[in-house]
Design a protein around this ligand. Structure first.
Ligand SMILES: NC(=O)c1ccc[n+]([C@@H]2O[C@H](COP(=O)([O-])OP(=O)(O)OC[C@H]3O[C@@H](n4cnc5c(N)ncnc54)[C@H](O)[C@@H]3O)[C@@H](O)[C@H]2O)c1
Length: 320
């Protein structure tokens, strides 16, 4: 049996945001119900960035993503985040596919945030604020457009060129460049910067706002004023990962936020194990570090579509 080789171009042609949202939501429920396996991701630090190894098994699929984060890369005309994923048959271990997972990462990150917004944000949310307008902001927007009837999107980035690129990429969406305070005055706010100190401050956040804190995914990174967390319902994707490398990692290390104050994991909410009844004025925060079940669920989708549509290159990787 051949191993499929799926390039970035192949993956871009095969991936579809509404489907990714569906499988990511299911992966969180499966995991909460004990049907998936996932150790916390392992980090390898290097001078200009870091690498992460992210393995997981879900019903019908297993895999490992090897991904970097190098914040200076845009100045070298390279993406900050690039990834390769090995996708295996869990029953035999056979390597079914090796695929570029750069686009997959951006899609599943957007999808996870949109799933969090579906369960935590006000149902009548009509405005989206993007703080940071780089690569991940594009898929945050795409995912939220799939689930919400957005009347306006406000984008803030310290680089006006990044905001311009985002606006040009969504010609049919009502999206405009905004100040930080203006973007933060939205029903749903996604923070997607590589910041190491708070960008979004308590005074920016109105009652009733849902915040997806996406950018902090390694120790020392933080985008939110810790006092936002202390007055919010905080949901994380994975407790150990979030405490070590998510939005809460710096406040936890400084004693400004307690792990016990986490309300639930997203899996607990999606599976119904923990019920969240939103008060209209509550502020909710989803702390996303990015988990391997999201990657493997998306890889399974891409692999199955590639096979069904016979759109792939293949190699005999293993000598049977
Ligand atoms: N949670 C997850 O699952 C997940 C997944 C992928 C990436 N990430 C993280 O998301 C962050 C963004 O990734 P990306 O691929 O979009 O990077 P990117 O370099 O493409 O975009 C980041 C943008 O943030 C802007 N920015 C930086 N500091 C800012 C500040 N203080 N205020 C306003 N804007 C600022 C930059 O100008 C840039 O446009 C990174 O920290 C990355 O590690 C998280």
């Amino acid at each position: 049996m051949p191993t499929l080789i799926l390039t970035a171009k192949d993956v871009k042609e095969l991936i579809d945001m509404p489907e990714v949202i569906e499988v990511v939501e299911k992966a969180f429920a499966d995991w909460a119900n004990g049907k998936a396996a996932m150790p916390p991701k392992a980090y390898v630090q290097v001078e200009r960035g870091d690498f992460r190894a992210m393995p997981a098994a879900i019903p019908g699929g297993a895999g490992l993503k090897w991904v970097n984060v190098h914040p200076d890369n845009p100045s070298r005309n390279l993406p900050t985040v690039m990834a390769i994923l090995i996708y295996n048959d869990p029953s035999t271990g056979y390597p079914l596919a090796i695929m570029d997972a750069t686009e997959l990462t951006a899609y599943r990150t957007g999808a996870a945030a949109a799933v969090a917004s579906k369960y935590l944000a006000r149902r009548d949310s009509r405005t989206l604020g993007l703080i940071g307008a780089g690569r991940q902001a594009h898929t945050q927007l795409m995912a939220h457009l799939s689930l919400f009837d957005l009347q306006e999107v406000r984008a803030y980035d310290r680089s006006p060129a990044a905001t311009d690129r985002l606006i040009k990429a969504f010609p049919k969406t009502r999206i405009r460049a905004a100040s930080l305070a203006d973007a933060a005055e939205s029903d749903i706010v996604c923070t997607v910067t590589p910041a190491h100190e708070p960008v979004l401050m308590k005074e920016h956040v109105r009652p009733g706002t849902h915040v997806n804190a996406i950018g902090a995914d390694a120790a020392g990174k933080e985008e939110l004023d810790p006092s936002i967390l202390n007055n919010a319902v905080v949901v994380v994707d994975e407790i150990v990962q979030a405490s070590r490398s998510g939005e809460i990692n710096v406040p936890v290390s400084k004693g400004l936020f307690k792990v016990e104050s986490i309300f639930a994991t997203l899996g607990d909410i999606v599976s119904g194990k923990k019920v969240f009844e939103r008060r209209p004025s509550a502020v909710t925060v989803f702390d996303s570090t990015g988990v391997a079940i999201e990657d493997v669920a998306t890889a399974k989708l891409i692999y199955e579509r590639a096979r069904a549509e016979e759109r792939y290159h293949a190699v005999d990787m293993v000598e049977a």
